[in-house]
Write a protein that binds this ligand. Structure first.
Ligand code: HEC
Length: 144
């Protein structure tokens, strides 16, 4: 009496194991297959006083050209030529980034998040960092 029951229980267990295994394989391979661009970290935020800073180059839109050059030299290897992100670094053209203030972007560029792979660019002159912010705003690919 006991034998057929435990045999059935064994079969159920085998099926259950196979299903769990399949779920794990699908769950692991799907995100890998679609992850063309690294996710941003939504918890990384600038302090309020940094956020409130205004870009001193707002009345000098021509400074954006230099920002574009700097971006190609310093940022494109990770963020992509158009800032749309790569496996190494997140998209900078999307809503979540563009919704941040100039001051916050300036602070992030200056401070970096080195443990996550974003270098600190505080060694660049302030003017160049603000030019980079102008570029992040003004690149044609950023127009939504
Ligand atoms: C070595 C690779 C690398 C380089 C070079 C690099 N970044 Fe990044 N950047 C990252 C990574 C990785 C993150 C995400 C950090 C995190 O997850 O906390 C990031 C995040 C950012 C963010 C924050 C985006 C957000 O979601 O709020 C900005 C802004 C940014 N980078 C701008 C720049 C600029 C401008 C340059 C060039 C001066 C640059 N980065 C160069 C790797 C890089």
């Amino acid at each position: 009496m006991g034998a057929p029951l435990s045999a059935r229980a064994g079969a159920v267990l085998v099926v259950a194991r196979a299903m769990i295994g399949a779920t794990i394989i699908v769950g692991v391979s799907l995100p890998v297959g679609f992850a063309q661009v690294r996710d941003r970290d939504p918890s990384w935020a600038a302090p309020p006083e940094a956020r409130a800073k205004v870009n001193p180059l707002l009345d000098r839109p021509e400074a954006v050209a230099g920002g574009g050059k700097l971006f190609q030299q310093r940022c494109a290897t990770c963020h992509g030529d158009e800032g749309r992100g790569t496996l190494k670094a997140p998209d900078l053209t999307g809503r979540e980034v563009q919704a941040q203030t100039d001051g916050e972007l300036y602070w992030k560029i200056s401070t970096g998040q080195t443990h996550a792979g974003m270098p600190a660019f505080s060694f660049l002159p302030e003017q160049q960092r603000w030019q980079l912010v102008l570029h992040l705003r003004g690149a044609p690919s950023n127009q939504h």
